[in-house]
Each structure stands twice: as structure tokens, then as C-alpha cells.
Design a protein around this ligand. Structure first.
Ligand SMILES: *[C@@H]1O[C@H](CO)[C@@H](O)[C@H](O)[C@H]1NC(C)=O
Ligand SMILES: *[C@@H]1O[C@H](CO)[C@@H](O)[C@H](O)[C@H]1NC(C)=O
Ligand SMILES: *[C@@H]1O[C@H](CO)[C@@H](O)[C@H](O)[C@H]1NC(C)=O
Ligand SMILES: *[C@@H]1O[C@H](CO)[C@@H](O)[C@H](O)[C@H]1NC(C)=O
Ligand SMILES: *[C@@H]1O[C@H](CO)[C@@H](O)[C@H](O)[C@H]1NC(C)=O
Length: 239
């Protein structure tokens, strides 16, 4: 019962502290590691130190005279650097974004460190898988890929414009980010985004199908003008 009361009290203190104390904001690229440090020293032998995520889940407990005890969900994802009570979280994913708190449970309860970690999306790469080109059309298959996801689409160009088959293509990646592949005029765009960041890559259809788009539009207009001139000349001649 006393234990329950104590942990309830702890929870309240903890919530209030994380709600208003200064936390260090950190931006980390997806897949990278981060080390959480306690920002004080002068610990006692019998201090108990906890690291937790978003107030609810404990990552690791340092109990006196024992090896650090890692929670099941974090097994294999944490390492312990030289510095006492520090924890390195490996291979951060978008779902790891949130508040990390280090706290001491001893004679007095104390928040030792707070971090707000925002995991940014990884870079994207837009590649052309195949090109088939004839005198009046050019078709591409393009793939936009990230570390853990990809999306493929077909783009068809005729002598005046390009269009994407089925229109914009998008998906939500396993890590909760969104991946979008779309065409703006003659530019193919790929955008990978989450709540805190985005990355993109683009490709000009004109680079892949140089004989099409834009340039040809003007040529066509010129041809049309010449053609109508010829027509009017013909008309004059036939008069
Ligand atoms: C953790 O907290 C942050 C901010 O309070 C929230 O955006 C995120 O969804 C939470 N993550 C989990 C897994 O609960
Ligand atoms: C490109 O695709 C269109 C529509 O699917 C097709 O009519 C055309 O023949 C294709 N062109 C080439 C060069 O493959
Ligand atoms: C796309 O083309 C339209 C019409 O030509 C033009 O108004 C617009 O600015 C272009 N958009 C971009 C992003 O180039
Ligand atoms: C990518 O998507 C994000 C989120 O929708 C948006 O804020 C950003 O402007 C987009 N970037 C480009 C280059 O379109
Ligand atoms: C990302 O999008 C911006 C805005 O549209 C563009 O200026 C930039 O060139 C793009 N980056 C890449 C790598 O294509």
C-alpha cells in the first residue's frame, strides 16, 4: 500500500516536473543513436535511478549493487557508456519521439535530466527504374525509397505534357512517416515527412526524356504557326 502511494506521488511529481521543467530539445535523424546523461553527480551508493519515456514506460532501472535492468521492449536497443547512469538508445525510430526523463529515487525524489527527442525522417532517393521512349511518347517508372519503405509510380510524357498514372501516390511508412510521390508540371517530386521534418528528392522529366516536355511544346507551337501560314498561303494561291 505504501509502495502504491509512493509511486502515485512519484507519478504526480514526475508529471508536474516534466510538464514545466526545462527539458533539452534534441533533433535526431532516424536510425541514429542518442546518449542520455544525468546532469548531476554526487550520487549515493544506495540511489535508484530510472530512465523513462513519456512518463509511462521505464527504459532502464539502475538498482544499487546490480547490473542495470533493461525493460523488455528496450532489450537490445540500449547500451551503457562509460559515464555512470548514462544510457545510449540505438537506432531511433519516429515512434521514439517524445519525452525522456531521468530520475533519482532515494531519500528525496529528483528529476535528473529531461530530453524532448524529435526523430527526423531519413533522406529519400528518387530513382528512374526504366525508360521507354518513342518518337511521340516517353514512359518512366520511378521509385522513391527511404531506409524502410518505397513507392513506385509510372509517368507518361507525350510531346506536350507529362502525367502520373493514377495521380499522386502515397503511403504511410512502418514508422509512421508519410511518403508521397507526385508530379508538378514536368518535375517528379518525392517527399518524406513526419510531424517534425521532411526530406525530398526531385527529378526533371526533361533530363530523362530530353526530346519531350517544354522544349517540344514550343516546337509544336512553331509547327502549328508554320502550318497555318502554309494554309493561308494555299488559300491565297487557290484564289
Ligand atoms: C510520446 O509523447 C509525445 C509528446 O508528448 C507524443 O507526440 C508521442 O506520440 C508519444 N509517443 C508514444 C509512443 O506514446
Ligand atoms: C507509353 O505509355 C502509353 C500509355 O500506356 C502507350 O500508349 C505508349 O505506347 C507508351 N510508349 C512507349 C514508348 O512505351
Ligand atoms: C506549373 O505550370 C503552371 C502553368 O504553366 C505554372 O503556372 C506553374 O507556376 C508551374 N508550377 C511550377 C511549380 O513550376
Ligand atoms: C513536404 O511535405 C511537408 C509536409 O506535408 C511539407 O511541409 C513540405 O513543404 C513539403 N516539401 C516540399 C518540397 O514540397
Ligand atoms: C526539395 O524541394 C525543394 C523545394 O521544392 C527544392 O528546391 C529542392 O531542390 C528539393 N531537393 C532535392 C534534393 O531535390
Amino acid at each position: 500500500m505504501t509502495v502504491n502511494l509512493q509511486s502515485l506521488l512519484l507519478y504526480i511529481v514526475f508529471t508536474v516536473f516534466t510538464g514545466c521543467s526545462a527539458v533539452t530539445p534534441v533533433f535526431v535523424q532516424k536510425g541514429k543513436d542518442i546518449t542520455l546523461d544525468v546532469m548531476t553527480d554526487g550520487f549515493h551508493e544506495d540511489d535508484v535511478i530510472f530512465w523513462s519515456f513519456n512518463t509511462s514506460s521505464v527504459i532502464v532501472r539502475f538498482l544499487p549493487g546490480k547490473e542495470p535492468s533493461v525493460s523488455e521492449v528496450y532489450t537490445g536497443r540500449v547500451e551503457f557508456p562509460q559515464k555512470k547512469y548514462s544510457v545510449t538508445l540505438k537506432n531511433l525510430q519516429e515512434s521514439d519521439s517524445g519525452v525522456y526523463t531521468g530520475r533519482l529515487i532515494g531519500n528525496k525524489e529528483q528529476i535528473l535530466a529531461g530530453y524532448t527527442i524529435a526523430v527526423q525522417v531519413s533522406p529519400v532517393k528518387l530513382t528512374v527504374d526504366s525508360v521507354s521512349s518513342s518518337s511521340d511518347s516517353c514512359n518512366l517508372t520511378v521509385t522513391c525509397s527511404t531506409q524502410d519503405s518505397d513507392i513506385t509510380s509510372r509517368v507518361t510524357c507525350d510531346t506536350t505534357t507529362c502525367h502520373q498514372e493514377g495521380g499522386e501516390s502515397s503511403k504511410v511508412t512502418t514508422s509512421g512517416a508519410s511518403l508521397r510521390l507526385y508530379l508538378v508540371n514536368s518535375t517528379i517530386n518525392c517527399n518524406h515527412s513526419n510531424q517534425v521534418s521532411w526530406t525530398n528528392d526531385t527529378k526533371e522529366t526533361g533530363q530523362v526524356c530530353p526530346q519531350f516536355t517544354g522544349k517540344n511544346q514550343r516546337q509544336n507551337n512553331q509547327l502549328a504557326v508554320m502550318y497555318s501560314l502554309e494554309l493561308s498561303q494555299l488559300e491565297i494561291m487557290s484564289c
